[in-house]
Design a protein around this ligand. Sequence first.
Ligand SMILES: [Zn+2]
Length: 196
Amino acid sequence: MFIELTDILRCPADHEEGVLVLLPDGVTDRQVRSGHLGCMDCGLVYPILEGVAEFEAAPIEAARSVRLTGVAMVAFLGLGGPGGYVALVGGAAEDWTGFAEASDGVHVLALNPPPGVPSGRGVSMARGAGVPVKSRHLRGVVLGPGYADAPAWIAEAVRTLLPGQRVVGEGETPSVPELEVLASADGVWVARAIRA
Ligand SMILES: [Zn+2]
């Protein structure tokens, strides 16, 4: 897990979004290999094991995706400039390396990735029952198969996106007031998050 990612993380417990404190044990090249994330509000402590921030068990098994290649995800999200963070969830996290190559220094949070996805520079890995990120901090969210059909995960994407940014999903095209669907083809949809 990339040290600076701590700034945008939140405790997933049901309380106001507060500060998580990073307590690193092993750090290599700004990547935390082991340590803990502690919540200042509720006192819960989450381990970082082999570089993965372990908030909660993944609620949905990551199904592999053939359509969500890194290049496609960068194009669908419409990322115009460098920097910031995106979340790739489930099977969407498999080609994070392709995403990193095609984007301009956008850091990837690979959430609940399929087994065997390699770590590396430009990615932070985490497991959780939701998106463990503060509201309005992400430049894009891509929901892999299974996650894209789950209303709770669409709500998490809408919550964590910066205003006007996009969510991409592989699954049935959602029809919810929080999303303006921009395009939909071959089982992949692209939508803009709308907030009341
Ligand atoms: Zn907490």
